[in-house]
Every structure is written in C-alpha cells, then in structure tokens.
Design a protein around this ligand. Structure first.
Ligand SMILES: [Zn+2]
Length: 49
C-alpha cells in the first residue's frame, strides 16, 4: 500500500484503521475530513459573499 498523507493536516498516514475518505481524498481521521469539508464550504460562502 502506498504511503498517503492526510489531505487536511498533511500527516503521513500509517494507521489505516482511523482513515476517513471524502471526495476521493484521504484524511488521517474523521476530524480532519469534517474540518476539510466545512472549511471548503466556508470559503465558498465567503467567495459568493
Ligand atoms: Zn489529518
């Protein structure tokens, strides 16, 4: 299995039991997945004003 990094915090994923996936991205844990999704939503709302 290839080494992957969390798409939110960038940590090298060595423990796959806690991995969460959103939008074909890999996150070290559900916390990072949720944070990434909510931050993208927030920035989109900011962009549309
Ligand atoms: Zn992470």
């Amino acid at each position: 299995m290839a080494n992957e990094e969390c798409a939110h915090c960038g940590v090298l994923i060595t423990e796959w039991s806690t991995v969460a996936k959103r939008d074909n991205k890999i996150f070290c844990c559900p916390n990072c997945a949720n944070a990434h999704v909510s931050s993208e939503r927030a920035s989109a709302e900011t962009a549309t004003g």
